[in-house]
Ligand binder design. Structure first.
Ligand code: EPS
Length: 363
């Protein structure tokens, strides 16, 4: 039994859609909790004016009855309010009438740092809009909705996940103001911590089972992420082995570690300590003072497309990264504990933690 997630949706199309399969039956979902995560994702200093248009809320089309999962695919929708300004430009079917509104003119000025150029080359497209609509970080709204569902499942086994931006670069309001004044953008670093994860999530058996590899892929899969670190990560490369590992002791509750340099994962398996991961975000590449590019229609040198954009979205990334980590931990927990009914899943978890010698950490 595993969780699976399929998504669809363009930034200015009608909606973003997610289908979550592999949930047990009987999980109570709290609509307000999902909407609160969607609201958190829209916050943060330095966001684009687009966030004044959107007011993201989840709509459930299938898989839920009276607030409880049915054990069938769960269909989630987040509507794009901005679509009303793009009804011609982003019409799924050939539009009727004269071109009007946004998206009516083709984009031919690829932006360095976006998928624009590689996307038109790869898919044989003439209009960069056909690339940027799906590549956009708008997509992360529906990933946050799915992550909120994952967090509800994890709460049943005492696991809590939370993300925060490190207070520097794009999470420092003064730095954001300075970058905005220079018509520039900023990145930053976010950290996600998960408490209560038992030892044994993930496996060393195959590289695709390794929890650290899975978390790294989940975080790298988020727009603008260029680096991922587990625990002390890169800093471990510069210390001796005697200073790099987490010694094992036993207290009255069970086995535990005296430090957590590994970030709660050894050999690709959770070790029962807090799981700590960080992701580095590059500065957003849509610039109000654009970089050099080439007009794909004429072949002549030109400036890249200037479009409404965020100065920084690092606080939004913290919420998206939290959702990505929650999703991956929930997936690993479904693999380990199984069960068609929620109570079977929880009973398998309880029997397991009673069997092992472990002092639960921070739950
Ligand atoms: C984004 C560009 C901007 C952001 C968008 C991500 O979109 P727009 O061109 O409509 O202003 O606002 O993020 C969101 C819409 C969102 O909800 O996070 C991009 O190019 O990735």
């Amino acid at each position: 039994m595993s969780l699976e997630l399929a998504t669809a949706g363009e930034s200015h199309g009608p909606a973003l859609v997610a289908i979550v399969s592999g949930l047990p039956a009987g999980l109570v979902l709290d609509r307000a909790a999902i909407d609160e995560d969607l609201r958190r994702r829209q916050q943060g200093y330095g966001r684009s004016p687009r966030q004044r248009i959107e007011r993201d809320e989840v709509e459930v089309l299938a898989g839920l009855r009276h607030g409880r999962t049915l054990g069938t695919p769960l269909a989630l929708v987040v509507w794009n309010r901005d679509h009303r300004n793009w009804t011609w430009g982003m019409s799924p079917w050939p539009p009727e009438g004269e071109p009007q509104g946004k998206g009516a003119k083709p984009v031919t000025l690829p932006r360095p740092g976006h998928a624009d150029l590689a996307g038109v080359q790869k898919y044989g497209l003439a209009d960069v809009r056909d690339v940027l609509e799906r590549a956009s970080a708008r997509h992360t709204a529906v990933l946050v909705a799915a992550g909120a569902v994952a967090k509800a499942l994890l709460a049943q086994i005492g696991v809590a996940v939370s993300g925060a931006a490190l207070p520097e670069a794009g999470a420092d309001p003064a730095a954001v103001d300075a970058a905005r004044a220079d018509r520039d953008t900023l990145g930053g670093v976010v950290e996600v911590r998960a408490t209560g994860a038992p030892p044994g999530l993930g496996s060393y058996a195959r590289k695709e089972d390794r929890l650290d590899a899975r978390l790294a892929a989940a975080l790298m899969g988020i727009q603008a992420v260029k680096g991922v670190e587990i625990g002390d990560g890169f800093a471990l490369a510069r210390v001796r082995g005697s200073e790099a590992h987490d010694e094992i002791v036993r207290d009255e509750r069970g086995l535990r570690r005296t430090t957590n340099r590994a970030g709660g994962i050894e050999g690709g398996v959770s070790n029962g300590e807090e799981i700590v991961v960080r992701a580095a975000m590059k500065p957003l590449p849509t610039l109000m003072r654009p970089l050099a590019s080439v007009d794909l229609a004429t072949g002549e040198p030109a400036s890249a497309l200037v479009e409404r954009s965020d100065v920084s979205a690092v606080e939004a990334l913290a919420v998206v990264a939290e959702a990505a980590v929650a999703w991956e931990l929930a997936r690993a927990a479904r693999e380990k504990f199984g069960g068609d009914a929620l109570e079977d899943f929880v009973a398998a978890w309880r029997a397991y933690v009673e069997r092992i010698d472990w002092a639960p950490r921070g739950a």
